[in-house]
Write a protein that binds this ligand. Sequence first.
Ligand code: ZN
Length: 434
Amino acid sequence: MNNLDLQATGREMHALAAELYPLCRSITGNGVRSTLQRLAQDIPLAVREVPSGTQVFDWTVPEEWNIREGWIKDPHGRVVVSFANQNLHVVGYSTPVRGKMTLSELKLRLFSLPDQPDLIPYRTSYYKKTWGFCLPHRDLERLEDGEYEVCIDSRLTNGSLTYGECFISGATDEEVLVSCHTCHPSLANDNLAGIAVAVALARQLASCPQRLSYRFLFIPGTIGSIAWLALNEAGIHRIQHGLVLTCAGDAGPITYKKSRRGNAIIDRAMQHVLRTSGAEHRVVDFHPYGYDERQYCSPGINLPIGCLMRSPHGTFPEYHTSADNLDFIQPESLADTLVKALEAFEVLEHNARFVNLKPMCEPRLGKYGLYGGGGGQRTGGFDELALLWVLNLSDGGNDLLAIAERSGMRFHKILAAAVALEQAGLLHKENLTC
Ligand code: ZN
C-alpha cells in the first residue's frame, strides 16, 4: 500500500464512475457490455456470456433487454419525458410500446416520489413483463389533460447475461472473492462506487506478488451471482474469504456486514481494521437481505463473504433515485473504502500462527538485538510492546490476528514484531490459518 497515492487514486475512481455513469446498464444488455469493455482497459477482464434460458439453480437466465429510446409527448407534441436525457426515466426491462392514450391511462404507467418531488425514482420489472416511466413528482403534477403519445423502443430477445471476471493469480490457489453489481443504470453510489473500488483494488493487488489468489466478479445483482455460483460450483471450495462491495462512495461512515458465519477470518479482519482505524464505523450482523451476500451466504453455499459499504442501501434518501449521482460520491470516501479493504486483505495475506521457542519466562531481548532500553520504546521499526504480546500469546493457539485483537494494536505492528522474532530465532511459524 506504500506506493498508493490515495488522493490521485480517489480522483481516478471518481473519474471512472463519471465515465460509466451515462451508460444504461441492466441485468443484461449492451450497457453492461460497454461497461465491462471500459473496465478491461484498466484490468485483465474475461467477459463471459450466459445464454438466456440457462437454468441456474432455481432460476432461469432471462431474455436480454436493450433499449434505443423512450419518450412521452404531451398533447402539444412536446417531449415531456425523455430516456435520452436520463436513463432512469424508463422502467428497466420495459417491453416495447408505441401508442396514444389519455392522461389517466398514462398515469397508471408513471412512477414518482411525492415525498421527494424533484427526484426521478429508479424502477425495474425484470420478471413481470410490463412497461412504465419514472419522473419527478413535480413534473407529473404539471401534466395537463389530453392525448399523450408514448414510445419505448426496446427489445427483449434470446441473448445472454454478460458478466466480467478478473483473476489475479497468487502463490496459492486459495481465493479471495470480490463481487460487485453492474446492473444499475445512472446510479453512482449504489453501483458505480463498488465497481470503481473493485477496479482500484484489482490494480493494486496485481501490482505486487500475493500469497492468495483474487477473483473479482462484475455481475448483475442476484441473477448474476446465482448464475456464477451455479456454473462454478466445482471451484467454490477454493474461496476462503470474500467481500461484496457496494455503496462504497458516499460520505457516511464505513459499514461492514458480517458473513453468515459471523466469525470468519474476513469478519475478524474487517472488524479489527475498523476498530483500530480510530474512525467512526458500523459493524452489523448478517441478515438475508441486501446484495449478493444473500446468495454467497445462502445455506448451501455459506461462503465466508461479508459486505463492505458506507451507508447501507435504503438508509439514505438518495437511494434508488436520480440524487444518487456523481455529486453524491466523493474521491475521499472511495479512497477510504479502498484502504479499508486493502488493510483487511493484508491481514488475510499475512495472518499465521507462531510458537514461542523460549516460553520459560521472557527471553532476554537484548541478546537478540531486540531490546529498546525501556518499556514500550520503538526500536528498528517495531514496537517493544508488540514483541511482548507476540511472545506471550504465541503458544500455538493464537494467530497474529488474535494477538492484534487482544492487544488492541494494529495488525501490521504485530506482524512486524513476529517477523523480527522469527528472524531472531525466537518464534517458529506453525501454519497458515486459512
Ligand atoms: Zn440497488
